[in-house]
Design a protein around this ligand. Structure first.
Ligand SMILES: [Zn+2]
Length: 658
């Protein structure tokens, strides 16, 4: 059954991430975010794509939130408290802790400052968070209805996770936002070789190959230093968490090293509280921070102080970190309005900005920006864009694909044109099908792939030896060997004969491996021979013998021989003799041997006169007792396919009744 994906947001776009995945009839919602570029109904995912009547409890089995950024979780209280979804919601503990704060902050800005209607309340946020179940890293949990969820480290921001969702044999991995290079406070994303059917990956920086981390840091510090040295003010809009911590650590140590006295501020409230969370969830940060935390608290800054809006009007240079990162509201936007007219000042945009935000217009180089009905500003300050955002670039995305080896790749959370070029790279470099469904588009991804197995050496040897033996027999029969070359070399050493030659001589070389499949905990199943199973069990091999008795009609046997053997060169002369000898058991068996040989030339039919039976590929046919009317066919369980063929031939051609 294919995996069905419908993006309700973030399809060929950045913002309001929300993807509905259907795996083996189970529906999971991956993220439930807001779009920062809109103030109308487009700020939330479009749930009407999946249901018109709005009963989400019948439809959605679970919601999984990748991290606390609002474009991934901002619509969650709307989905649970206003739309009415009542089922389970999964996220990591840091995501749960920080999301609650960011949601409340967003609500305040939207409702109290902008007067937006139809928004959720503080109480809605609290009630929504009560429904959240936390999940730990590398923990696989069975969330019911056959759905298994596993969580991997994603870097990006504190608590960010990638999720593997499996239902039966089908599985997908959803990356959320991730970062493949460690930074000053977080590690790099990691996933094991879980080979999902589908990898759904973000592609924010699908076409970027970022220059080295070190040179980006140097560039950033030089720009800040140059600006304040000339008496300018530097505004650095940041997301409340993530880059803020990284950049603060960077500036703090640079100020210390250079002995700088210019004041550095961060907008109070969010970041302070955020730092508390970093201390609380220290296990989610990188090794260096974990180690230094014992002696010195990395987040207790000497040079960086809390900001007060009054400081913005003070003369002289200063540096300010303020949220939000996209200048769509809050402190960063207020300060931007004050400082943007002065060419001495500078704004450093460290992240990606969603289309429609003031940040995106600043980045686009617009000189006159209408911020709201009453405010229009002229931008004279210098604008710098340093790609400090903690998203994987194209190289990182390809690296993650190689790490988990998916069968298909789906791109979300990116610009349509950039996705197009990444799609080509995924196809050309990794030979994987790659898709980028738009919002509301339905993508069905085929999951019926081959199941890889490990074949044991013993079974391989047996199959190859049998194949070689059959080729030899065939070659002998076809007179491909001269008389003196009775023992062809491949009988002794199959590796001397090129495989192509073998295949051309006889397609039997492509014979399927048949053996016993044994499940192997967490790895591919093993295909082994019967012998190996017995030796693993410590028991002697037993074989099951089957036998069938048939009545033969000698008249029909003769008639068949007349029709089918009289023209064959080998038998025409001896046919008469054979028919005359049908009054003896060995005479009957000899005639049967000739018929069977003509019917299936690849079979090795041998009449063992002394033992009194016919040997056909290990199957034994002999007369029953002293009669001339009944035969008994015997075979062991390992020869069933030939036995079936033989039965069919006897039934259909010789018309022997059982
Ligand atoms: Zn994010």
């Amino acid at each position: 059954m294919p995996i069905k994906l419908v993006p309700l947001g973030a399809g060929q776009d950045v913002g309001r991430s929300c993807i509905i995945a259907t795996i083996n009839n189970r529906n999971v919602m991956l993220d439930c975010g807001t779009h920062m570029g809109y103030q109308d109904e487009r700020r939330f995912p479009d749930f009407s794509y999946i249901t018109k009547d709005g009963d989400m409890n019948k439809l959605i089995d679970a919601v999984i939130i990748s991290h606390f950024h609002l474009d991934h979780c901002g619509a969650l209280p709307y989905f649970t408290e206003i739309i009415g979804y009542n089922g389970p919601i999964y996220m990591t503990a840091p995501t749960k802790a920080v999301a609650a704060i960011l949601l409340e902050d967003m609500r305040k800005v939207a409702v109290e400052r902008k007067g937006e209607l139809g928004f959720f309340s503080s109480e809605d946020i609290i009630n929504c968070m009560k429904k959240v179940i936390t999940i730990d890293l590398h923990q696989t949990i069975d969330i019911g209805k056959g759905i298994n969820v596993k969580c991997y480290y994603a870097g990006h921001v504190l608590g960010a996770a990638m999720f593997q969702v499996a239902v039966g044999a089908a599985s997908l991995v959803y990356t959320g936002d991730f970062n493949m290079t460690p930074d000053r406070h977080l590690g790099a994303a990691w996933i094991d070789k879980c080979k999902p059917d589908v990898l759904i990956t973000e592609s924010t920086y699908a076409t970027h190959i970022r220059d080295s981390k070190r040179s980006r840091e140097r560039d950033f510090l030089n720009k800040v230093h140059e600006c304040v040295a000339k008496g300018g003010k530097v505004l650095i809009p940041v997301f409340a968490l993530g880059r803020a911590q990284e950049l603060c650590i960077l500036v703090e140590s640079y100020w210390e090293r250079m002995g700088l006295k210019v004041p550095v501020y961060f907008s109070a409230g969010l970041t302070e509280r955020a730092n508390e969370y970093y201390k609380l969830f220290i296990g989610w940060t990188n090794q260096k921070i974990k180690e230094t935390f014992v002696d010195k608290n990395m987040f207790d800054m000497v040079h960086i102080q809390s900001f007060d809006m009054d400081f913005a009007d003070e003369p002289g240079p200063q540096v300010l970190f303020a949220s939000p990162g996209m200048l769509h509201a809050g402190t960063s936007l207020e300060v931007f309005k004050k400082w943007c007219g002065d060419p001495k000042n500078m704004i450093i945009m460290p992240g990606y900005c969603v289309a429609g935000t003031v940040g995106a217009r600043v980045l686009a180089g617009e000189k006159h920006i209408q911020i709201d009905k009453n405010t229009r500003v002229e931008v004279n300050m210098s604008v710098e864009n340093l790609s400090f955002s903690a998203h994987a670039d194209a190289k990182g995305i390809l690296q993650l694909i190689r790490m988990c080896e998916p069968r298909n790749v789906v791109l979300v959370h990116g610009d349509k044109h950039k996705m197009e070029s990444l799609k080509k790279r995924v196809f050309q470099e990794l030979h994987l099908p790659c898709f980028d469904p738009p919002n509301g588009g339905v993508l069905n991804v085929d999951t019926e792939g081959p199941i890889p197995v490990q074949i044991s050496r013993d079974l391989t040897r047996t199959v190859m030896e049998n194949a070689a033996e059959k080729v030899t027999q065939k070659m002998k029969k076809d007179h491909l060997f001269s008389e003196k070359d009775k023992q062809p070399s491949l009988n002794h050493n199959i590796t001397h004969l090129p495989l192509d030659d073998l295949a051309e001589l006889n397609p039997i070389c492509c014979a399927p491996f048949s053996g016993i499949l044994i499940p192997n905990d967490g790895d591919f199943p093993h295909l082994v021979s019967n012998n190996e199973v017995y030796s693993r069990l410590g028991k002697a091999m037993k074989s099951v013998e089957f036998s069938v008795r048939h009545h033969i009609n000698l008249n029909k046997l003769c008639k068949y021989a007349d029709i089918h053997l009289s023209n064959t060169k080998q038998y025409c002369t001896s046919l008469l003799t054979m028919k005359q000898n049908l009054n003896t058991q060995s005479g009957i068996l000899k005639l049967m041997a000739a018929i069977l040989q003509s019917r299936r030339l690849e079979w090795n039919v041998e009449f063992k006169e002394e033992e009194g039976y016919l040997d056909i590929e290990g199957i034994e046919i002999k007369m029953d007792g002293d009669t001339l009317n009944d035969i008994v066919i015997k075979w062991e369980d390992t020869f069933t396919s030939t036995a079936d063929d033989l039965q069919n031939i006897l039934d259909s051609i010789l018309q022997i009744k059982s």
